[in-house]
Write a protein that binds this ligand. Sequence first.
Ligand SMILES: [Zn+2]
Length: 436
Amino acid sequence: MDYEAMARELESCPCAAGTQRLPYIRIGESVLPTAGEILRQEGFPRKILLISDENTTRAARGLLRSLVENGFVVRRHIYPDLRSATLETVKHVRSLTPGIAGIIAVGTGCISDVCRMAASQTRKPLCIFATAASMDGFASATAPIITDGFKTSHQAKAPDFLLADTAVLEKAPAFLTAAGVGDIAGKCIALADWRIAALFGECPAPVAAVSYKDNTSSQVFCTEPYCPQIAAHVREAFHMVSRKTDSAQPYSTQVLEALILSGLCMAWHGSSRPASGAEHSLAHFWEMRKLFAEEAPEFHGAMVGVATLLLAEVYHRTVNNPSPAFVPEHKDKVGLRRAFPGLEAEIKRMNCPSPLANLSPEQLAETWPDICRIVREEIPPTAELEALLRAAGAPLTPEEIHVPAELVTEGLRYSSYARKRITLLRILNGMGPGIV
Ligand SMILES: [Zn+2]
């Protein structure tokens, strides 16, 4: 995959506001035994901190030897099975960095998240050695870190180096690759939501936003313009995973390449908009409520996959019926307070002003044929998406990811309020007939 050519093409694109700097990417056979050599040749600093957990250490057996044989001085820390990325772990990684010149994170999930934040705070070069293709956040510049029991997005850094060995990816547990497929399946909803938002120019004019912390107001500008070029790359990532492109590569490598591509699309755009719509809001809502109930959340991609099936069903059902009767925006404040326990200020910040503030019922009725067309163009029939997830062995139903029926209903009604972003789900909830 020629990421460099894609980045070059975007250089002249006005909507690609993010960074076009690419990490050094090497995916292939025998990358594990030659990782030390690659990093030495590419000038990665000699004194390194190697962070892994028990699972990723096992998956990347031989990496340490390759590093030591190539002259690297390695300080190593192995966590037990790291299932959540917390601020405490970030602090712990930071405490291991004195005298260290570079960090190598073994793993693309929580390990990558804590290391990306620690590397950003300590300004150290970072290499990620991928052991599974399970989610796309690892290429981005922000990290979702659990803070006071809630997952919040923190400033982090994208890796400077990204290495993956196809044999290691092939041996990764099937449920991890399945989670990666779930994360990519959601891109069809994200693309539809982004194009629908673009019909209204997103936030066409700067709008005054009130900060509820210090009561000052500031100008909020549209930072999520629709970029056809970036959207085409996200669509390509979706097609790579739905096996609509020819490739001689093993499927797990295809999935990792698709995840890297969608991660880069976010970096190029300077926001998560190209790869995250109502399906991610719904998955994040479930995760947030699970954390609140002190339950272990499922894998991100597994939840995104299930959310994608639910929303594909809702979106197709909606556009196959006559145009909904749109009304001026209404908010169920009591329901919102209940749905987001302890996050009242945050929800207020995301909804004052509302992303729907500039939309009128008449405008929605007028654009309805375009909305229907976009849904049909971007989102495959639910059965097709289901077959894709089933073939990967991914969960298909909320029960399989331990999300009870009440949380499905609540999520479909309120999850889109956690983000200042127009999605079809948000339109249906705020100005349409609702969906449940
Ligand atoms: Zn995701």
